[in-house]
Design a protein around this ligand. Structure first.
Ligand SMILES: [Zn+2]
Ligand SMILES: [Zn+2]
Ligand SMILES: [Zn+2]
Length: 146
């Protein structure tokens, strides 16, 4: 009997051990499914037609601003003339010559400026711009300035 008891004891020990092995109930967290590369990202084709047309603007010129060739809508402002050899190749406008400084002669004493250095027997007159002469309170000579 002693041996039978030993066997029973052994079996009991195994059962206890088995019961003692607590299976940890690990909650199974399902992995989020990897985002599938959508076909909608492919692009290329325009699926939604635009309710209004896309303006097709021509380049602005000195005559007209940017103008839509479809509806005639304009945008912005005209641009400067496209001068070539003094004439605008677009509208034919003639370019104004750059203002040339008008030089006059002023005497050391006196208050008249002259177009001729020999006028009024000036001695050692100075040549200045007309603008400068006016700024210095010189007035045009009645002899050499009509
Ligand atoms: Zn348009
Ligand atoms: Zn022009
Ligand atoms: Zn004069």
């Amino acid at each position: 009997m002693k041996r039978l008891f030993a066997v029973i004891a052994l079996i009991s020990l195994l059962i206890l051990a088995g019961c003692g092995a607590v299976a940890e109930d690990v909650p199974l967290v399902p992995m989020d499914p990897a985002p599938v590369a959508g076909d909608e990202v492919s692009g290329g084709e325009e699926t939604t037609p635009l309710p209004v047309h896309v303006h097709e603007f021509s380049d602005a010129t000195c005559v007209v601003p940017k103008t839509c060739s479809v509806c005639g809508k304009t945008e912005g402002a005209v641009v400067s003339h496209n001068y070539q050899n003094g004439t605008c190749s677009v509208c034919g406008d003639e370019q104004q010559a750059p203002a040339v400084e008008h030089m006059v002669w002023i005497p050391k004493s006196g208050n008249k400026y002259h177009s001729s250095s020999s006028c009024s027997n000036m001695k050692n007159p100075s040549q200045v711009t007309e603008e400068d002469a006016i700024a210095r309170n010189y007035t045009p000579c009645s002899k050499c300035y009509g």
